[in-house]
Write a protein that binds this ligand. Structure first.
Ligand code: TRP
Length: 372
């Protein structure tokens, strides 16, 4: 294990973020040349429902990678949802909802290269977390800026052991299938740094000349950040979002109460008019147009007109996705079976990795001549 001292000499957060961005740009270029050289592992914690922000921020990107022929593994991080006490009473609804959304948007486990699974159903993945935990120090876990932010947001509530260690679990999510590319936002950068550290330390300790785990890279998406309908961060479990699964009428009701401002002349100015500009941006993403042009077409017809245009744009963009989702909802046993198949596929891969890990750690007790 690296000493505490060397960890303290790590480059500053901003310098290492610039490096992450540069590496991410290079990777995007490489994917164009050689999509089969990458194995993507990404996912989300099972809190609440996927919304239009997820669609334009990450799901569309996954579709694009799938289309390019990149292997796509998606973890539904249901154990990670336990770090969020409010959300943790509705985990099943969230997990099954994600599966419906993935299928409805066109992520296709039938193509043999796309897989999604819930990590609580993959015991060998979870077991990898134990040796990985031995490779990090408590103070390294306590320094993680994303975890620190989440703890700060919780206010005074006590911090669980899982909250502190979930980034190590996430490393197991990535490395069990030798994922080498993780699409995600800036907030995932500290978690990726930890995954890289664990991969390197594992190799150093147990696989000196093998480089058994390749340190994975973060792939940043260039999608603009969408705010919620109230101008604050769009949240999975907040009512300021537009879930993919809403009906057209429910979408209209949500947008009707969106925050705007008192200037009837609609203009795209994210600095000075964040709420109005955010609604324009969402309409623009749905219609694949420029937000400035949509603003010009509304002119001084005011916020009501903007909301009407936005409602039509969202409902039009998601019409076929929602129709597919409804059709899938009519056959829930099929949907649940697909998830269980994904879980089983993930377990087979994780078991093979765990077998290698046991051998490398010299903890394989079968002995010669006995296979299992
Ligand atoms: N941490 C991610 C989130 O906050 C979810 C997640 C769990 C994840 N395991 C992962 C993301 C592995 C990428 C790779 O939503």
């Amino acid at each position: 294990m690296e000493s505490e001292e060397s960890a303290d000499r790590a480059p500053s957060a901003t310098a290492s973020f610039a490096a992450t961005q540069q590496r991410s740009d290079e990777v995007w270029k490489q994917i164009g040349h050689d999509p089969r050289g990458f194995r993507v592992l990404t996912g989300e914690r099972a809190t609440g429902l996927l919304h239009v922000g997820h669609f334009f921020g990450s799901l569309e990107n996954r579709l694009r990678l799938q289309e390019l022929g990149v292997e796509m593994n998606i973890v539904i991080a249901d154990y990670q949802a336990l770090t969020d006490r409010e959300a943790s009473s509705r985990i099943e609804e969230s997990v099954i909802g994600f599966v419906l959304d993935y299928l409805a948007i066109g992520l296709d486990p039938g193509n043999g290269r796309t897989m999604f699974f819930a990590h609580s159903y993959v015991p060998s993945l979870n077991q990898l977390m134990l040796p990985f935990l031995s490779l990090v120090t408590v103070s390294e876990l306590q320094r993680n800026p994303t975890v620190k932010d989440e703890i700060a947001q919780m206010g005074t509530r006590a911090v669980s052991g899982l909250m502190l260690t979930y980034p190590v679990h996430q490393t197991a999510d990535i490395l069990f299938c030798h994922g080498n590319l993780v699409p995600g936002g800036k907030d995932q950068a500290p978690h990726l740094e930890l995954a890289r550290t664990i991969a390197r330390r594992f190799n150093e300790n147990y696989a000196k000349d093998k480089q058994y785990f390749a340190p994975p890279d973060l792939l940043l998406s260039d999608a603009p950040l969408l705010l919620g309908l109230d101008g604050r961060k769009m949240g999975k479990s907040l009512s300021n979002s537009i879930p993919i699964s809403l009906s057209a009428d429910e979408t209209a009701t949500r947008i009707k109460v969106a925050k705007t401002d008192s200037d009837r002349n609609i203009s795209y100015d994210p600095e000075r008019r964040p709420e109005v500009s955010n609604l324009l941006l969402l309409a623009a993403l749905c219609r694949q147009e420029r937000p400035e042009d949509i603003a010009a077409s509304i002119g001084d017809s005011g916020g009501g007109k903007l909301k009407q245009i936005l409602t039509e744009a969202v409902n039009e963009r998601f019409r076929s996705i929602r129709a597919r989702r409804r059709a899938l909802e009519a056959d829930m046993s099929y949907v649940r079976r697909l998830l269980l198949e994904g879980n089983a596929r993930a377990e087979a891969i994780a078991a093979a990795t765990l077998k290698d890990v046991r051998a490398l750690m010299k903890m394989a007790y079968e002995g010669p001549g006995i296979d299992k």
